[in-house]
Write a protein that binds this ligand. Structure first.
Ligand SMILES: Cc1cc2nc3c(=O)[nH]c(=O)nc-3n(C[C@H](O)[C@H](O)[C@H](O)COP(=O)(O)OP(=O)(O)OC[C@H]3O[C@@H](n4cnc5c(N)ncnc54)[C@H](O)[C@@H]3O)c2cc1C
Length: 387
């Protein structure tokens, strides 16, 4: 295979966004490699398509607001409608402590300019989502400009726009190693179709990113975590415009997509088989029972067991993205660890990494807190148990 200025390993939504933004900044001979036969075979194709700016850290709020600005002009920029629908996110608190945490997060959101996020009492909750059973609910946080996006449309938009700008897509090509120079920098990506000489490499390998980093001698703290999604058979029990509705205590949430109700609830994954993406039938029973108790109209819904699916989150230690150069290997760049928010943040992360690669630092917002070195410096970003 011929040489490249930048080889992007991973053609999911993050790699596609990085490649597009590099090409838009004038980079030539950018290639994207993916071992899959076509786009969407990784986590991007498994995502449910939530978009939110309601986070508990200023950094994640800023990433979402930058991404939202870009989603609003995405179709003009790429020619593809990203499906951004402002249906809202409704976070239900089951205790005073949870409500206090939502309130604390909302103060951070408002300081970042997300002024439309509000706290709701029980009457307002019933108005926003009448399907919710009020038992055990003490209040909520709601943001009407949160909502939904179409993961595969965003991926397609960035791939198409990148292609138009000359980016080469190489499907069915697996990166299998990195050849390094004596100074530690990367000279070539070894692939199943031969080496590609490079000036720089972007690790956009999603849940598999740590393997790529290890070839350069870097320990990237990104681990896979299975996320399961249950789906009803097609039904019209809930409106398509219903907000994403999340019980903050255990993360159980529901939304309507393509005429079906999706039910999700986080689990610890499969500790001894972290890349396992089989659906646990007991988990499907669990979320079905939760749905019956919390959204009584769903007692009339049928679960389509054959259509339930699972995929992988790419978890970093503080559940924030890792963005920028590897200190030990200055021409290796990370765009990893979004921890389950990668689709919604991809428009922002791609732009920021293209700025870092081109200019040495990001200019659209301060991305330095996302640097890899934060783990060694003890500068982990603050987390939240709820959102
Ligand atoms: C059930 C579920 C629901 C989700 N819901 C949401 C949501 O509502 N909103 C949201 O923002 N995010 C959501 N996510 C998370 C989101 O899917 C990820 O954060 C995002 O897709 C990460 O994008 P990526 O490009 O990094 O990874 P991927 O899409 O996984 O892309 C990585 C690519 O790298 C390729 N690859 C790996 N190793 C190699 C190699 N050695 N050589 C060549 N290619 C390689 C893989 O084939 C893959 O295509 C969800 C995830 C799951 C599983």
């Amino acid at each position: 295979m011929s040489g490249a200025s930048v080889a992007v390993i991973g053609g999911g939504v993050i790699g596609a966004s990085v490649a597009y933004h590099l090409a838009r900044r004038g980079w030539r001979d950018v290639v994207v490699l993916d071992r899959g036969p076509a786009a969407g075979g990784g986590s991007t194709g498994r995502a449910t398509g939530g978009f939110r700016a309601q986070y508990a850290t200023a950094l994640n709020v800023r990433l979402s607001l930058l991404a939202r600005e870009k989603l609003r002009c995405f179709e003009a920029e790429t020619g593809v409608d990203p499906g951004y629908a402002e249906c809202g996110y409704l976070w239900l608190a089951g205790s005073a402590e949870e409500l206090a945490e939502l309130e604390r997060a909302q103060r951070i959101q408002r300081a970042e300019g997300l002024t439309e996020a509000v706290l709701l009492g029980l009457d307002d909750i019933a108005a926003v989502n009448p399907a919710v059973h009020p038992s055990g609910v003490v209040g909520a946080a709601y943001c009407p400009s949160d909502g939904f996006i179409k993961p595969l449309a965003i991926l397609e938009g960035y791939l198409r726009a990148a292609s138009r700008l000359g980016v080469g897509m190489r499907w069915d090509v697996e990166a299998v190693g990195l050849r390094r120079r004596p100074d530690g920098s990367i000279a070539a990506v070894e692939t199943t179709r031969g080496p590609i000489e490079v000036e720089a490499v972007v690790d956009a390998a999603g849940a598999w990113a740590a393997t790529v980093a290890a070839w350069a001698g870097v320990r990237l703290p990104v681990v896979p975590l299975r996320r399961q999604a249950a789906t009803s058979t097609p039904c019209d029990l809930l409106p398509a415009s219903m907000p994403m509705t999340i019980w903050a205590g255990d993360g159980f949430h529901i939304r309507v997509r393509d005429g079906r109700v999706l039910l999700l609830q986080p689990t610890p994954g499969v500790p001894d088989a972290p890349f396992d993406t089989r659906v646990d039938p007991d988990w499907v029973d669990l979320v079905e029972r939760a749905a019956h108790a919390r959204v009584p109209v769903l007692r009339r819904a049928m679960i389509d067991r054959a259509a339930c699916w699972a995929g992988l989150y790419e978890i970093s230690p503080d559940k924030h993205a890792i963005l920028g150069a590897a200190p030990e290997c200055p021409n290796l760049f990370f765009a990893n660890g979004s921890s389950g928010h990668g689709v919604m943040h991809a428009p922002a992360l791609g732009q920021l990494l293209a700025e870092i690669i081109s200019d040495g630092k990001a200019s659209s917002m301060d991305a330095a807190p996302l640097r890899y070195g934060r783990f060694a410096d003890g500068a982990l970003l603050p987390g939240s148990g709820v959102l």
